[in-house]
Design a protein around this ligand. Sequence first.
Ligand SMILES: O=C(O)CCC(=O)C(=O)O
Ligand SMILES: [Fe+2]
Length: 375
Amino acid sequence: MEPYELFKATRESLSMNKAVIVRGFLDVHRFEFTMEGLEKEFMFLPDLQVEVHDMKQRQKDFSKPFVKTTMKKFVDDIENPHVLRVALDFPLPQLTHVHPFENLDDGLCLGWAQTQGILPVNDQLIRGDVWTVRSWGIAHHAGILTYPHHDAEGACTYAIPLSGVKVWVLASVKHGQVNQEELPEFVANLGNPERRLSEFAAQLDVKIIHLCAGDLIIMPPGQIHSVYTPVASFCRGGHFFNLDTMHLTELSRFVDTTHGKFATNQAHSGTLQTLCRIILALPYLPKTRKLYKRSLIALCGMILHSNAYTAQGEANQESESIKLARKIAKAVLFKFALTTEQKYLDFVSESDMDMFDRGQEVDVHDMLKGLRKHL
Ligand SMILES: O=C(O)CCC(=O)C(=O)O
Ligand SMILES: [Fe+2]
């Protein structure tokens, strides 16, 4: 398949809540999961302290699995049968998603790259995680299970094992089995280590994928997944936001807000800034760029009613970009007669609607163009 066709098909699948797998995507035969290999590939500093999850600690207290070690010691322990550890989230900002998939990242492509004529980036304090969540590495010792969860903040996630194998379990709620109101509790129960995925067989469609070195998986926002790593493995991946999956981002952030500490693995505070930047680009979208009703409304609602999505204990943010994005968001929601927060929340939680549906295509480009005067 031509790269551009592959990109378009992937964007379409993600917006329909379907994960995408590309076998043999990256040539990884030169990569070696040794300290030397990591130094060569990523310039890792062997003596730098890293915080890792230790499985003995996790067994004692599920919420406190952390221990400090060095990168070198972590890699040496791959051979040690008494130590079982995983190092999550090494930021690897030097990596970008591999072509053609870097263009799925509307936060970067539309938002941060193309709105500087509207609001210069140089004048804005940008949260560090805008930069660090976009690409990272995870390193596993052999035999580690990551319990079912969805990734934080309603981002899409991609992952490519560079070595080893991963048994990647994708779980999706069967049509009509769980409604929006029940979803936070349901996701929390799924992630409870005392429970088993098989207990939820009536409500879930489950697919088991063996992800080999070089294979790529891209998951839509909120995708429930559990991962077993049978042999030591290094995996690279990243998070991104896409305009056509905003209805799923909204749903996932709704779950995070309600049951945050169970359902997610970390918080990404730059999300709001990136979503604002995507909104600033809306008045400039060409007619060829399709817009879907529920996805567009969800994007605007997450900004205009941002307090509804602030994770417990997180401070509200105010900035020039939020003020400007709110003007656009308000006008869009007005167009759909969603003039109050309650009307908006009723719309996104409407029980007749499939909560994973992006909605019908809407012809609002002329209306959006008219909003350029606010910018
Ligand atoms: O590899 C794992 O154990 C977990 C990976 C994961 O959950 C992710 O990349 O989102
Ligand atoms: Fe995950």
